[in-house]
Unconditional design. Sequence first.
Lengths: 362, 329
Amino acid sequence: MFARRDLFVGLLLALVACKENSPAPSASAAAPELKKDEAASLTGAGATFPYPLYSKWISEYNKLNPHVKINYQSIGSGGGIRQITANTVDFGATDAPMKEDETKLAPGKLFHIPATIGAVVVAYNVPEVTGTLKLTPEVLVGIYAGKIKTWDDPKIKADNADAKLPAKAISVVYRTDGSGTTAVFTDYLGKISAEWKEKVGVGKAVSWPTGLGAKGNEGVTGQVKTTPYTIGYIERAYASQNKLPMAELKNKSGKFVAPSIEAMSAAAEAVEMPEELFVSLSNAEGEAAYPITSYSYLLVYEDAKDPIKGEALAKYVWWGLHDGQKFSKDLDYAPIPAKVLAKVESRLKELRSGDKKLLTGA
Amino acid sequence: MSVSHDISPLIRPRSKILTRFGREVNWGDFIFRRLTALLAALLIAALVAITVAMVRGSAESLAKFGLGFVTAHVWDPVRDVYGALPFIYGTIASSLLALCFAVPISLGVAIFLSELAPAWLRDPVGFLVELLAAVPSVVYGLWGIFVLAPWLRDTVEPLLARTLGFLPLFQGQQRGFGMLAGGIILAIMVTPTISSVSREVLRAVPSSLREGALGLGATPWESVRIAVLPYARSGLIGATILGLGRALGETMAITMVIGNRSEISASLFAPSYTMASVIANEFSEATGSLYLSALAEIGLLLFVVTVLLNIVARLLVWRVGNQPLGGSL
């Protein structure tokens, strides 16, 4: 009962916090050596998934550089892409990389900058089960396709010999609002099952074969927490903060892996980052890799219209990818691996306004 | 030439303008009338502008799916196939279900407060009922997730299934989240609207009617039934329409409890989906142009459904209003 009330209050606070989009104006009042031409106000919009990290970056960066004001609106990846394409914000943010037809709509060349790494976890509520459930890809797809209907299904039992699995119907919960979380999760299901890819598909919103839809990570968390025999997929932070059990998933190397920060990093280490700087991390190789891991990206124009804003943005992003990474772990994200960071650095150095490179001094 | 001839050119143009537009005799009335007319026209212009914007926004979807959009079941953003029937059904069914709960309760509250309650109780209770309208819908939604849905799942739905399970209304998996939860949440949200308007309507019933009925030996219940309610009929229906309007457009609370599944099921236990919910859920992440267009068309349909239901309700008020006053014993 207490847990339930705590969760209620926690979610309420989380909702209120989400509404509060302006960065903390902590040290902005004191701007000692403000050079007029360096003062800049930047706006960004997009993914909700990295919002806690970005908002931490913004408040920390503002303490160091009081003359740079940054406002990030966590309106969703789709909204971020639409706004950066329409040039109404200075940077966008998205969990899923832009599709080709979306890039065509942009007036200039957009860089994808991988900024952090997150994981989607499979949380469950089975009162009888005290240990951690182990799920194979086949079982996970089976549950979400509506083919595995009860918790005592032999396929689940096969890998969970010790667990007391009840003969109760599995109630499946999915995200009903379009979300990067769903895109990452269905990307994984599509990789491990050709049938899923063909019949349901991969995307921010799909037509789910079974289950109930809940709104937002907080909605899925709430349903899993309050409804026995439920399974749902959510961002790692929501599961860990609400102390929901997270399933261990069998990765490509056949090992069951819990969604730890190390396992997320292992997935990122295992996947070669291509030239365009976006890549799917789901079902990554490597014994320690957690299979539902994903980069989250910032979207920045290569050629900034306004050199002052462009320079301020380039410096902020540079800072976030270096000093900002240390805030990742506490907020349930994994830092960008060093070899990927090297590639991102050279990409950031290409940022320019007209002929002027923006990061000459960096 | 007289003096009056000298000043007439100063007056005449003014009075000509005035008489052309009507019977105004001075500028104050003229400006006041035009200004208020302009404000009224602004509202209509906004309505037209919204309609035009939504029709233009949904042009691609209208061209691609035509009327089939309204009758199709499938909503699949991955394949760019869109059909709105489950959403239309969910919106109308949940709102009507809400009225089934809310109208009797609201009428009871209104009758109690305006006819039966002791005077010192009327204002505090009335205030509390109206306070329900001030609760943000997200709070109702969270209450729905953490209190209502578990209660329905563990207590109400098993009971209904045991006793009335032979009806298709009460069959299927009992999950708490679904049409029943949506209807109840909406009912709680529209009750303050319906009951406070009803209360005002009942208050406006002339006391002479009540006194007459009581004087003829009617009990309080009979006086309400034969004198008060018939007089207030059209106003009470108006109050219900207001409640219906709120129920149709409600988004946040219902999306948190209705289960958000685009299916049509006879069972009240089954999940459903409303038009307002699907727009709120999917618009922010929708990127394809046909996808956005289909969502805009859902908005247009919601608009059309609301207008149609309002017209039906107006006709009802008009019919009822034309009937002779007074009930029969």
